[in-house]
Design a protein around this ligand. Structure first.
Ligand SMILES: [Zn+2]
Length: 395
């Protein structure tokens, strides 16, 4: 009997061991604790290049990752996403040792135009129609500076032209609004995303997202720029760098790039000593590899743009001292240099002319989407009382 149970247990584990598990990355776990829990040598991490070490620190609690165990319950392979474009892949070779690589994430991207007639509120109506909470949040955020949603009336329209990534049959990553129209008491308000700086502007080319960043360090040179995903033809592999590296002498002062609140201060794997600041507009900045923090700052401290927060170092990796600056919008890494170089709140010159022509095209599309649904609406036949009703007073 005992033998039979053993065989059964073995069979069950055999049948299930080859299935890919979908798991959620637990809070507090890091790349190194993951290696430890699967009895994989930490040298796999310590032998990585600087860029890859930094990527390992981009793993965030709560993300979904996929894992496949071998028949002996050791790790066969795992795929851990670190951005919307790149995932870490660890797999066991025939000799039992492990290899690390970064792989692109495959997804489809759909472009859609959503047209709504307001019934409850834009937020609830978007979710009801699309089940896309991220899209509802992004629309509210995008219009927060220019529209008071409380003035909306039933029957006002919302039109959103946007891109959405889809992966394994689910929405994936943050939706990107190309342009949107919101009617408030039938008055049309627009926003358009400028691809050059990722900001929203109105139809006159005025910026609606007032965030201005200051370069946080006096640097010698930029030693590594932002790359979402790049194929290295010589190394024949994918690489990514989700921030900007400013080379500077050890001890150089680091300043907050904008006003905000400190939400993290401590060690963060390959990023070493890190401070993360939460700003408005769902933006965060991350300052890595600091030799030390300025005293008196803690999680919850408010900081002003240009305020000293720490000092350049090379904690977290072995290459020279530099500041790695990360910038995140809704948790998604974006290029800090695109934001830092823009200091004006209004587009000018040829950039403005080009952008206005583009907004004209998009706004025409948005407006014609409303006209299309109005045409499709069944015409409500109402009995006109005046024709049949007799006004007794006139008799
Ligand atoms: Zn870096």
């Amino acid at each position: 009997m005992k033998k039979l149970v053993l065989i059964l247990t073995f069979l069950i584990s055999f049948c299930f061991s080859q299935e890919v598990q979908e798991l959620t990355w637990p809070k507090g776990d890091t790349f190194l604790t993951f290696l430890d829990s699967h009895k994989i040598s930490q040298s796999l991490y310590f032998n990585l290049e600087k860029e890859d070490k930094e990527l390992c620190s981009e793993i965030t609690a709560g993300i979904t990752y996929h894992l496949l165990l071998d028949t002996d319950n050791t790790l066969k392979q795992v795929l851990i996403p670190v951005s919307e474009d790149i995932q870490l892949h660890i797999f066991k070779k025939d000799d039992g040792t492990y290899t690390f690589q970064t792989l692109p994430i495959k997804y489809d991207e759909i472009e859609e135009t959503l047209v709504l007639e307001i019934n409850h509120s834009p937020y609830l109506d978007i979710i009801e129609k699309t089940n896309n909470k991220d899209l509802a949040n992004e629309l509210i955020r995008a219009f927060s500076a220019s529209v008071d949603f409380r003035g909306m009336q039933k029957g006002d329209h919302v039109v959103i032209k946007y891109k959405q990534k889809v992966r394994l049959g689910k929405y994936f990553g943050q939706p990107e609004i190309i342009g949107a129209l919101v009617e408030v008491n039938r008055k049309k308000n627009y926003i358009f995303r400028n691809l050059n700086d990722d900001k929203y502007y109105d139809e006159t080319g005025k910026s609606l997202t007032n965030f201005f960043f200051k370069t946080p360090v006096r640097y010698k040179r930029i030693s590594s720029k932002f790359t979402k995903k790049r194929y290295h033809p010589v190394l024949k592999r994918y690489r990514a760098h989700l921030g900007v590296d400013y080379a500077a002498a050890r001890g150089t002062k680091i300043y907050a790039a904008a006003d905000g609140k400190i939400i993290f201060r401590g060690r963060k794997g390959g990023y070493g000593n890190v401070i993360i600041i939460q700003h408005k507009n769902s933006l965060r900045t991350l300052y890595a590899h600091q030799s030390k923090f300025r005293g008196g700052l803690k999680v919850g401290s408010r900081v002003k743009k240009g305020q000293l927060i720490g000092y350049v170092g090379n904690t977290g990796l072995s290459s020279g001292p530099h500041l790695h600056l990360g910038l995140y919008k809704n948790g998604k890494a974006i290029d800090p240099l695109k934001i830092i170089k823009v200091t004006k709140s209004k587009l000018q010159g040829s950039e403005k002319t080009k952008f206005l022509a583009y907004t004209k095209k998009v706004s025409n599309e948005l407006v014609s989407s409303i006209e299309k649904i109005d045409l499709l609406k069944p015409v409500k036949l109402e009995r006109t009382a005046s024709a049949t009703q007799i006004n007794p007073r006139k008799i």
